[in-house]
Design a binder for this molecule. Sequence first.
Ligand code: ADP
Ligand code: MG
Length: 386
Amino acid sequence: MKKSIKDYDIKSKRVIIRCDFNVPILDNKILDDTRIKASLETINYARDHGAKVILMSHLGKVKTEEDKCNNSLLIVSAKLSELLGIRVKFSAETRGPLLETLVNNLKDGEVLLIENTRFEDIDSKKESSCDIELSKYWASLGDIFIDDAYAMVHRCHASNVGIARYLDNGLGFLVEEEVNKLDSFMSDNSHPLVVIMGGKKVEDKIGVIENLITKCDKLLVGGGMCFTFLKAMGYNVGNSIVDDNNIEFCKRMLNQYGDKIVLPVDIITDKGARKVSDIKDNECGYDIGNETIKIFSDILKDAKRCIINGPMGVYEDKKYSNGTKKIYTVLKDNNVKTLVGGGDSASSVNNLGFKGVFYHVSTGGGATLDYLSGKTLPGIDVIMEK
Ligand code: ADP
Ligand code: MG
């Protein structure tokens, strides 16, 4: 068991909490504050126990000086102040005397947010390459390090793995809950276990397919992902999204696990409903068709567990959200123990009206995929055992 924030006496200690405040922002407005809200439990615990709380997070990607303007965490500090009901202090510096003064002046229960850790990427990617000097510097600002940035645990950056190497450390509640949920889902051996793959990032999901195909009873493939498989089978998929680099991979999977993999038989394209054998050159597939929904539903009705990774179509557009919605409805109506992983998968669950319905909707995309693929997660690996 990994150490947790609860394993430390944090009264009057400087506790650095690595959060994930990487929220979508448009026109200086936070579009979705789910991740900020998800961090509150650990922050409040630290405050209630008298810690001097220092928060760190990245936001977006920062490659140039100009990127700094659109990726400042200042807007998050305002939101945090509102949610916590206190004035959250903000350091516009990621290192230097101003930051150090702010840290030194922190009183018990106060909260300081440090500017976007990726501002340190402008100078030779110090954050993202887990630079030792930067890691030691940040560690020098605190007494205890708590990692609560679940969506980052598959990365080895200075602000998570780096700091942890130089301080007593533990996990926050968010990471603990995610890991516990994933562990108990995977160790519950009830079958049939059905995996639903969709979305568009075939490349990112190869590891998951390879790992889960051996554990599941059926793999249903929809979304943009299905066209690479359909092309591998020789179908014309028109202008639909295809990952040409992975056709051979799909062929290999189909050869080896043809009895487990279930592909769409009909598709909704921009020109209408089509059998997969009738897709024309100038057409683009955006959702699964009614016959496919029926075939997938019949399999899901008998499932005991289901893993969803990727929506069945372009769910952001009402015209193409039907497949995703129908599949979620079947899972709901049949009480299938369902684990949802992936950023867009989580959004689709919330936006299509299925909030709170499933066993677990992970806040992490890549982290959950890596976990399900059986890879070790460096952000968790580095945390001390109890
Ligand atoms: P996740 O974030 O859950 O891992 P992905 O990022 O791989 O999922 O894919 C989600 C995206 O895939 C969504 O933006 C969705 O619109 C898109 N998508 C789904 N089906 C298709 C399709 N048939 N063609 C193109 N894009 C698709
Ligand atoms: Mg995505």
